[in-house]
Design a protein around this ligand. Structure first.
Ligand code: PEP
Ligand code: MG
Length: 586
């Protein structure tokens, strides 16, 4: 049955292949009780199963470390810790002892209980934790029931496969054979699901949040999966198939053509130099970012160090990660964002409250200031990394001066700690903020007196200005970075930063949209940071336009009444300098 589904792009790339619907399920556990004399033996079986499962997860973790690196391998740590969790194990033992349940049945009950407790929180990161729990549950139950440990990779026949599943788990993903599995499409999941992070670092295109797609696809169906825009087409018509193949071919030509842009300066036709840096999620992306022509890292999201982790990351691990990024850019800056947890990203080691509105809740700088041991360790690691390059400290979701002042106090104390320990750092480091809320934009003049730089996070600024949840697919048409209110705020931030004598850059998605690039340059925001794969195409845009045209168009856009009017001004201003249709269909 022909079907088109829009989801969320989780890992880039376009592929055409045959569906394999992967049904991984928790095994059915028969009702069984144990007689009193067998209870101790049954508890022993539970512990044997746990030990065996831990061993198996460690093997998978080692394989992940070999294939992807030590940071990615950490993703399995929570699963190992779950198997030692007293809340889980103690509960299962009680069910065996007091209710005379078999170990399998007791384990199933306890997991059911934890799942219902955790789901009350209904945060996406809790969902990820549930996903980990399910991975663990399947492994333990299979062992207890004498079933083979599932190997999903051998269950998939043939080549050119697109996996379709309700959701995936990190352990299934890491075992996928990249040569045979072209892409992944899931009903659930998020861009920051552990398995999606792994898919990105394995280079497997993926689309998540596709509703009930797996109910409508049969193994063997032909699928087109577009991990750039987050679309899946099931059983495409011949015409559609042809269009996609042509599009894929055009993209390949386009990418080859773009490769040359990696090695040229980002300068406009009328000679305005632009700073073009990259956004990254993992330290391993710093070198590909540099190879794509980035002049530095404009946004290093550090949440990979905390999300899904069972324990706070230590100073040494963080220092190594920041240092690795700094060393990739001996001549460029690395803006490292302090932990932006909360919202849709939750570490397991923090007891995050269930909140009605997590994006308006305990998030980012608010969490860091409330959990000083977490923040101080990160600040120390960052300070140490300044000895290896131009590492800048960037605070997310700042709303007022006090948050900067309190952070500066903590940094000063940590500087003292390092001095006492004789550990080197560069005292001339810069500390700046992300402007992501209307409050920060409106108060920019005051904030500019306390921050060394501004970086505008348009992904959040748009969400908070328009009161449109950035993750709500139903509202995606309303989530418009060209809304006149956003344009006016951007103009205000840019003007204030210039008169305050501090750098203003931008690191939201808007910077990689060609019309967005044009507008931002026109608003005199000439330091951009984009996802590293977009560096060459953004350079191409920069090198195709004149700053004078951009300024004229931006001035007009500032008088526009609607988002469509803003877009019209920009399109007219760009004229035929850029073929926007090529961008629109990528
Ligand atoms: C932003 O909000 O624009 C931003 C860059 O941060 P994130 O997308 O990680 O919230
Ligand atoms: Mg943000």
């Amino acid at each position: 049955m022909r079907l088109i589904r829009e989801g969320v792009a989780a890992s880039p790339g376009i592929v055409i292949g045959q569906a394999h619907v992967l049904h991984w399920e928790v095994p059915r556990v028969p009702h069984a009780s144990v007689a009193e004399p067998e209870i101790e033996r049954e508890i022993e079986r539970l512990h044997d199963a746990r030990e065996w499962a831990k061993g198996r997860i460690r093997q998978i973790q080692e394989e992940a470390a070999r294939r992807l690196g030590p940071v990615e391998a950490q993703i399995f740590e929570p699963q190992i810790l779950m198997l030692d969790d007293t809340e889980l194990v103690g509960g299962v033992e009680t069910y065996i002892r007091e209710n005379h349940l078999s170990a399998a049945r007791a384990f199933e009950w306890r997991i059911l209980e934890l799942r219902s407790q955790w789901s009350h929180a209904s945060h996406p990161m809790v969902m990820d934790r549930l996903n980990d729990l399910e991975d663990v549950e399947i492994r333990v139950l299979n062992w207890l029931l004498g079933l083979p440990d599932p190997d999903h990779t051998t269950a998939v026949d043939g080549d050119g496969i697109i996996l379709v599943a309700r959701d995936l788990t990190p352990s299934i993903t890491v075992q996928l054979d990249r040569a045979r599995i072209l892409g992944i499409a899931t009903d659930g999941g998020t861009r920051t699901s552990h398995w999606a992070i792994l898919a990105r670092s394995m280079g497997i295109p993926a689309v998540v949040r596709l509703g009930d797609l797996s109910d409508h696809v049969q193994s063997g169906d032909e699928l087109i999966l577009d991990g750039r825009i987050g679309r899946v087409v099931v059983e495409p018509a011949e015409e559609e198939r042809r269009k996609y193949l042509e599009r894929e071919a055009r993209i390949q030509v386009w990418e080859k053509e773009l490769a040359i842009f990696a090695h040229v300066e980002p300068v406009t036709l009328d000679g305005r130099r632009v700073s073009l840096r990259a956004n990254i999620d993992l330290p391993a992306e710093a070198v590909p970012a540099r190879d794509h022509g980035a002049q530095g890292i404009g946004l290093f999201r550090t949440e990979f160090l905390v999300v899904g982790r069972a324990a706070m990351p230590d100073e040494e691990e963080q220092y190594e990660a920041y240092r690795r990024v700094a060393e990739a850019f001996p001549d460029g800056a690395a803006y490292v964002r302090t932990f932006d947890v909360g919202g849709d990203k939750f570490p397991m080691f923090l007891h995050m409250p269930a909140e009605e509105n997590p994006f308006l809740g305990w998030r980012a700088i608010r969490v860091c200031l409330d959990v000083p041991e977490l923040f101080r360790t990160q600040l120390r690691a960052l300070l140490r990394a300044t000895a290896h390059g131009d590492v800048r400290i960037m605070l997310p979701l700042v709303n007022d001066v006090e948050e900067i002042e309190r952070t500066r106090e903590l940094v000063a104390q940590e500087e003292e700690t390092l001095r006492r320990r004789g550990i080197p750092f560069n005292a001339g480091y810069k500390l700046g903020i992300l402007i992501e809320t209307p409050a920060a934009a409106l108060d920019a003049a005051e904030l500019a007196r306390h921050a060394d730089f501004f970086s505008i996070g348009t992904n959040d600024l748009v969400q908070y200005t328009l009161a449109v949840d950035r993750t709500n697919a139903r509202l995606s048409k309303l989530y418009n970075p060209f809304h006149p209110s956003v344009v006016r705020l951007l103009h205000r931030i840019s003007t204030v930063a210039r008169s305050g004598g501090i750098e203003v850059s931008i690191c939201g998605e808007m910077a990689s949209n060609p019309l967005g690039t044009f507008l931002l340059l026109g608003l005199d925001i000439t330091a951009l940071s984009v996802g590293w794969p977009s560096i060459p195409e953004t350079k191409k845009v920069i090198r195709s336009i004149c700053i004078a045209d951009a300024q004229r168009a931006a001035a007009q856009a500032l008088t526009a009444a609607t988002a469509s009017d803003v877009i019209r001004c920009l399109e007219e201003g760009i004229g035929d300098a850029i073929d926007l249709s090529t961008y629109a269909e990528r």
